[in-house]
Write a new protein. Sequence first.
Length: 270
Amino acid sequence: MRALDGKVAFITGAARGQGRAEAVRLAADGASIIAVDICAQIASVPYPLATPDDLALTVKLVEDTGARIVAQRADVRDQNALKSALQTGVDEFGRLDIVIANAGIAPMQSAEDAWRDVIDVNLTGVHHTVEVAIPTLKEQGDGGSIVLTSSVVGLVGMGSDDPGAIGYVAAKHGIVGLMRLYANLLAPHSIRVNSVHPAGVDTPMINNEATRQWLGSIAEKSPQDMGNALPVQVLQPEDIANAVAWLVSDEARYITGVALPVDAGSVNKR
């Protein structure tokens, strides 16, 4: 028997990157997947966001493991749309066990609407994701596991004075507060809540010209060392997925309220 046989996982930002890796890993462990992604561009984001074709590839990769998947397009900023997308999956699979609030953007050097957009997606979107899932998890009465995707910059004050970067750091710190409060609020229902804090991961959010330029500008303006302690420049999405798969499994059944760095020692180095 696989670790997640019979479980159902709701994953936002699932069209590519960490969300896709998490969908595929949890599917390989036996879970059915409810995958959500905006699959559209947000004006302040200077790199391409996921497309319907990306989400379709996630569907294929999950199905290749032998698992079932329901994929929906929805914006995490729209709580009603997110609720509807989740309900479609619950109607199909009959239950919900795991929630991965992964959707996020990184408009680091953007001005204008960047602060608002990154707070709306990376923090309010996480809040929406948990809120739409809570009623089903409580009603089922047999617990559950929620993982919120933060970042190493949710634990340390690294970044720049660009509006998007400030918003990103603020949102990722805010996720820790959400995680800790939800962990206490939901503990009486045996629902565990944790956050993961990756260092740089080789995904389209990081591996693009706009983000590379921003990282270069930091190196020019400031002596900040944004490297890892271990001799690895970037992590792979599967590294984060492996940590998430453990957190949502019964092997971590008494772990809740924990901010877990998956960062090659980056936070410890600060």
